[in-house]
Design a binder for this molecule. Structure first.
Ligand code: UDP
Length: 491
């Protein structure tokens, strides 16, 4: 059923580059279907970094068809200092405190104009506000369907456990729909924190209790074209799983100027001109997401390995974090001093065959460039989808969040789009491994086989987006179901 004009989907990623970027891509899909999209963000929260805020401003400027609304800052944020828990779990509670402001904003729309509210992964408590207003609520799951399957089944796995999963070491955990996941590869919070936290994230919140009464109300929109499509929605044993709509992959096309922040446009143009001058599939691209940083010692190992590999490279370097643990994401860091961080003479010796850029690259444009042959990635799911959509094989170097779990999915033969840099597990990838893996992926027969598998996945992604493809079918089903649900809620 075609949506009526002038209906607005309110998307509420709240904050976080890795959530906002894919939601703007989903917004484009919905705009093309004749819906209006308003994206609600929160004023730079105290736990977010300056660079995140700058990127958010760029995303806003680059998407004039989307209406943006920024909620004012929480006037009295709770003080979590001294708490043993990590920001991940706090974030859900911190964002719940914005429900009042969100509700005031949503009430400024006539109800008939509100099509639905799409929350982000952290802002799920906003579903309570949508429920009060009788508006369908959905969650955009900005990671893979494999991780969603794990999250959905975790409460059953953890029921009764008083401790985290750390004690299980590398023991494989079995979940339906995904390969065995070593316990050590689960999200860090799950390794260290007891049941209470997991239950909160895994589905026992008040919001979820409400959803259980009306399960169709809570729908997840995933971005992965393949795993969920092939294997059906993940099952939470003993519980009905709400409908899941596998729309995507929703990734950008890399077209300028969207990817180009005005203040760095010239630099990015030079970068793309440099890529233009390289041979097809000859460049290794290294980038660790919007937040990833590496210690200075590790940067030097990469530099030595790249230099020895004799391959061409494009490397995004950030200033190393000054602290360890989750607090490092909150630091304000200056631009990196490359001459001080990298080995003496490295930039001069590799000039012409390598390009080091500071802090940020127009990633989608880089990945889609014909010169890019491989991608060393931290395994954030947007980066993974962007590389698959561009047909670029990957070397996994997971850093935080669910990235180790993503690495299992990416290197498992079923997906088979990457190999891993093994040293990451011990906290250090040596120059020898950097050199060897770069050569493996760029030079050798095995590298060509990996490339062929990624090409096959890319073709599946393209097919999913075509008329009649799984993404189009899921989108049509989502729109039809939302209309029906609106009716049931009293349209
Ligand atoms: N990104 C980019 N340039 C950079 C670093 C990141 O354009 O130098 C974009 C990247 O294309 C992706 C997003 O930022 O869309 C990062 O999301 P991902 O899920 O890969 O990682 P996160 O930053 O959430 O850990």
């Amino acid at each position: 059923m075609a949506p009526r004009r002038q209906q607005t989907v309110v998307m509420y990623p709240s904050f976080g580059v890795g959530h906002i970027i894919p939601m703007t891509e989903l917004a484009r899909v919905l705009l093309r279907r004749g819906l209006d999209v308003t994206m609600v963000l929160i004023e730079r929260p105290f736990w977010s970094s300056d660079s995140g805020a700058a990127t958010t401003r760029r995303v806003m400027a680059a998407n004039p068809a989307i209406t943006f609304h920024v909620l004012p800052p929480d006037p009295s944020p709770p003080d979590f200092a001294g708490s043993t828990k990590l920001p991940f779990f706090h974030t859900l509670q911190l964002l719940r405190r914005y429900n009042g402001e969100l509700g005031r904003f949503l009430r400024s729309f006539p109800r008939r104009r509100l099509h639905s509210v799409v929350t982000g992964m952290f802002s799920t408590y906003a579903a309570e506000v949508a429920a009060e207003l009788g508006v369908p609520a959905y969650t955009f799951f900005a990671s893979g369907a494999g991780f969603l399957a794990v999250v959905a089944q975790l409460p059953a796995l953890l029921a009764g456990r008083q401790e985290g999963l750390k004690v299980l070491g590398d023991a494989p955990l079995e979940f339906l729909g995904v390969p065995p996941i070593p316990a050590s590869h689960m999200v860090k919070e799950l390794l260290e924190h007891p049941e209470e936290d997991v239950q909160r994230h895994g589905g026992r919140s008040e919001a979820h209790r409400r959803h259980r009464r009306r399960p169709a109300e809570h729908v997840r929109v995933a971005g992965e074209p393949r795993r969920a499509g092939a294997q059906g929605p993940p099952v939470r044993p003993g519980k009905a799983m709400p409908p899941m709509y596998c729309i995507g992959p929703v990734v950008g096309d890399g077209s300028a100027p969207r990817e180009m922040p005005p203040e760095r446009r010239h630099e990015h143009e030079c970068l793309l001109a440099w890529l233009d001058a390289q041979q097809k599939r000859s460049v290794v691209y290294l980038c660790f997401g919007s937040r990833g940083t590496l210690p200075a010692e590790q940067l030097r190992e990469i530099a030595i390995g790249l230099e020895r590999s004799r391959h061409r490279f494009l490397w995004v370097v950030r200033t190393p974090a000054g602290t360890d643990g989750p607090k490092k994401f909150l630091e304000q860091r200056p631009e990196p001093d490359l001459a001080a961080l990298l080995p003496a003479g490295f930039l001069e010796r590799t000039g012409g065959r390598g390009l080091v850029v500071t802090s940020w690259a127009p990633q989608v444009a880089v990945l889609r460039h014909r010169s890019t042959g491989a991608f060393v990635t931290h395994c954030g799911w947007n980066s993974v989808l962007e590389a698959v959509a561009a047909g670029v094989p990957m070397l996994c170097w997971p850093l935080y969040s669910e990235q180790m779990l993503n690495k299992v999915l990416m290197t498992d033969l079923d997906m088979g789009v990457a190999w891993e840099m093994e040293g990451y597990a011990a906290g250090r990838v040596g120059a020898d491994e950097v050199e060897a893996k770069v050569r493996l992926v760029m030079d050798l027969e095995e590298g060509r086989e990996l490339g062929a598998r990624v090409t096959a996945r890319r073709e599946e992604a393209v097919a999913a987006l075509e008329d009649g493809g799984t993404s189009q079918v899921a989108l049509a089903r989502f729109l039809a179901d939302a209309e029906k649900l609106r009716g049931q809620l009293g349209d």
